[in-house]
Design a protein. Structure first.
Length: 268
């Protein structure tokens, strides 16, 4: 008979003879049963891992056993090219949507339409990326860091990213549809003050970049950042590291054709 069953039998007999209060005895039985179960579980885990528990007599001689120190380890991956970026084919998905819709497979039709929309978004993102200047503030573009991503469809989560750098100086462009960023930017605009002060040091202020109301910030560790709304849902975040002055950063921002970006996004 197992230890747990034995405990339950003893407990039941004691309840019948009224040697202990029922509630207190049940609690003790539960505690003992839990302890026994924990020991059994620990022993099983030790055996699975190849260890030896306190009650486990492991074979220390002969060739039949393998110590935990000599277990074979799995190799680490050191090769492979990863996944190929393949945006959805717009025409193929539109055709698939039409076929599925005619067949009454509305779930498949909806999915195909979503994929077609996603493909359109990624194409627009690539078009915007190609429209960016070759250089900004004499910094060369780093195409290795180019990114166009979308976490949904209908502009939800569309992000375009480009970096320009030379030495320790860098200028970064991020165009995104991001509700949280837009909320933070609107807080700046809705603030009645012109600039935020922190121990006498100015942290941000409102400016205009090519006629667009914007916010410029400065942090000693990260440098300059300019946030520019591009309509109702999209915005551009420009970051400059090791720019000498605020005006240098604004001059770099003015090299962007923001109207062209808004037009491609369909923003007004």
């Amino acid at each position: 008979m197992s230890k747990i069953k034995l405990l339950l039998v003893i407990g039941a007999s004691l309840l019948i003879t009224n040697e202990l209060p029922a509630q207190g005895l049940l609690n003790r039985i539960k505690q003992k049963a839990s302890q026994v179960a924990d020991k059994v579980a620990d022993k099983k885990i030790d055996e699975a891992l190849g260890g030896s528990g306190s009650g486990n007599n492991s074979n220390k001689q002969g060739t039949g056993s393998t110590s935990s120190g000599s277990r074979k380890s799995n190799p680490s991956n050191t090769s492979g090219q990863g996944l190929v970026s393949t945006p959805p084919n717009v025409n193929e998905n539109l055709s698939a949507a039409e076929t599925a819709f005619k067949a009454g497979s509305y779930g498949d039709a909806r999915y195909a339409v979503q994929q077609a929309m996603l493909g359109v978004e990624l194409q627009i993102g690539q078009s915007i990326l190609k429209s960016f200047p070759e250089t900004i503030a004499n910094l060369k573009k780093d195409t290795i860091e180019d990114q166009v991503t979308s976490t949904g469809w209908g502009w939800a989560g569309l992000t375009i990213h480009r970096e320009y750098k030379t030495g320790d100086k860098q200028f970064t462009i991020t165009v995104a549809n991001n509700a949280i960023w837009m909320q933070a930017l609107n807080m700046f605009f809705n603030n009645s003050g012109y600039a935020q002060q922190n121990n006498g040091e100015q942290k941000w202020k409102q400016i205009k970049v090519k006629g667009n109301r914007s916010v410029i910030e400065y942090d000693k560790s990260s440098g300059y950042k300019i946030s520019i709304p591009l309509g109702q849902t999209s915005l551009a975040i420009l970051e400059g590291v090791n720019f000498a002055t605020e005006q240098d950063m604004i001059n770099a921002a003015n090299q962007l054709d923001l109207d062209a970006v808004k037009e491609k996004l369909g923003e007004k």
